[in-house]
Ligand binder design. Sequence first.
Ligand code: HEC
Length: 144
Amino acid sequence: MKKLTYFIAFLSLTAFFLSSFTNKESKGYEDRAYFQDLTNGKLQYERHCLMCHKQNGEGVAKSFPPLAKSDYLNADSDRAIRIVLYGLYEPIVVNGKPYENYMIPHKDLSDKDIADILTYVYESWGNNKTKITVDMVKKQRTKK
Ligand code: HEC
């Protein structure tokens, strides 16, 4: 009888170790996927946004608003998705400074690339780390 108790204890310990191991594995997988999204986001940012919003999202005074620590960006992620999709042509105020310029639309980019770009932007330069998913982009794309 004693043997059986030991055996059961041994089994449950093994199960415990195994389950904590698989949990770690799937977390590792999530981290890896997130890292890949960010890597693609950075690459696509450099291709499509950097020319105006600059290397560290600092923008250009009076012409291109900053994406770094941008109160406008952090206030509304769905609006940010729509701006990337459809561009923007109206006076706005970002971090206390007015801009009245024109941003081109990027609706030819895939939902995945837009999600990755914005996830990268939100993750960088003091922004609020909102994770933008493909579904969030899809939702805004079908709105217009
Ligand atoms: C040709 C220059 C140009 C490119 C390329 C460009 N933008 Fe913009 N962006 C602007 C301008 C100009 C505004 C402000 C428009 C206005 O005044 O109505 C703006 C505004 C924004 C805003 C809202 C204001 C803020 O600073 O938070 C976001 C977010 C944004 N852009 C993100 C992006 C992202 C992401 C990309 C790349 C997919 C991108 N932009 C590509 C010029 C550009």
